[in-house]
Design a protein around this ligand. Structure first.
Ligand code: MBD
Ligand code: FE
Length: 286
């Protein structure tokens, strides 16, 4: 048994006819070995293997490979490793990174300085978020690009959910000459993995839940600086310490201020109190 598995592994991991890609080969060889070991260790049956393969195809058809990766902590792992590399280079300042998640799409409309980014079709608590973009030496970064994306009041994202208007709650905001950016939307709820989905199926089998606390995603960039991918978390969410994607980070839990000063309301043409978040981003040198 031991001998035949080893022989098969050797054969598979040396069945090369063309140069291929060295790194992919090395990773693939390692993965195949670990898969074989797992199958042997758990005496996996033919039926179990076919159930798994069918589920993999469902996962792909549902476009949920990225969702599963987040749920298995793989995106968080890459962030931990990136943090570690920075620490070794002596970089310990700057805004904490957080996972991109599977729901980013490129191509969001570009706006200058301040934009309303929800499409106005839903009711909810208005949120004004603003702040400044800085470099590592405290310098303001004029015209830094702040790309933002977040869920609507139902907890879904535009494009991914084609029922929403395209690019609802997705924008590139070019900061002004002082690095100031701002936007208006609605305070987002959390996110839950879709019921009856392949990802939820595996979470059920693990006895896990698929909830993310309320959050807003950002990619912040400027020439000469390293792009920052991060999120902010709304404080007090009941899932803040039970994020399905393991991505809550203390420095990214913001303070939300309730504004009901009539002068401030008038400035945004609002009649109801709104939520306000001030959050600055600090980038590393590129
Ligand atoms: C999300 O909104 C998200 O940010 C992640 C990481 C996974 C699923 C939904
Ligand atoms: Fe998200």
């Amino acid at each position: 048994m031991e001998y035949t598995v080893k022989t098969l592994l050797k054969e598979v991991n040396s069945s090369y006819k063309h140069p291929g890609d060295e790194r992919i080969r090395a990773i693939s060889e390692h993965l195949i070995e670990q898969m074989y070991n797992t199958i042997v260790k758990f005496d996996v049956s033919h039926d179990e293997m076919w159930a798994f393969l069918k589920w993999m195809n469902e996962l792909g058809k549902a476009n949920q490979a990225g969702l599963l990766a987040a749920g298995l902590g793989i995106e968080r792992l890459l962030d931990i490793l990136a943090d570690e590399k920075e620490k070794q280079k002596g970089i310990t300042t700057g805004t904490a990174r957080a996972i991109e998640g599977p729901l980013y799409v490129p191509g969001a409309p570009l706006e200058k300085k301040f934009a309303r980014i929800d499409d106005g079709t839903q009711k909810g608590e208005v949120l004004i978020m603003e702040g400044d973009v800085f470099g590592p030496n405290g310098e303001r970064i004029p015209h830094a690009l702040v790309e933002v994306w977040l869920a609507d009041q139902e907890g879904t994202y535009s494009i991914i959910n084609p029922a929403q208007t395209p690019y609802n709650n997705r924008r590139k905001i070019e900061a002004d000459e002082k690095g100031h950016y701002g936007f208006r939307t609605l305070v987002p709820p959390g996110y839950s993995v879709p019921k009856d989905s392949p990802t939820q199926k595996v979470l059920d089998l693990l006895g896990r839940e698929g909830n993310r606390p309320a959050h807003i995603h950002f990619m912040v960039s400027a020439p000469g600086y390293e792009q920052l991918t991060t999120q902010i978390n709304m404080p007090g969410d009941k899932y803040i310490d039970e994020d399905f994607a393991f991505a809550t980070r203390d420095p990214l839990i913001v303070t939300v201020e309730k504004v009901n000063d009539p002068k401030m309301l008038a400035q945004y043409d609002l009649k109801e109190p709104y939520a306000h978040i001030k959050f600055n981003f600090t980038l590393h040198q590129g």
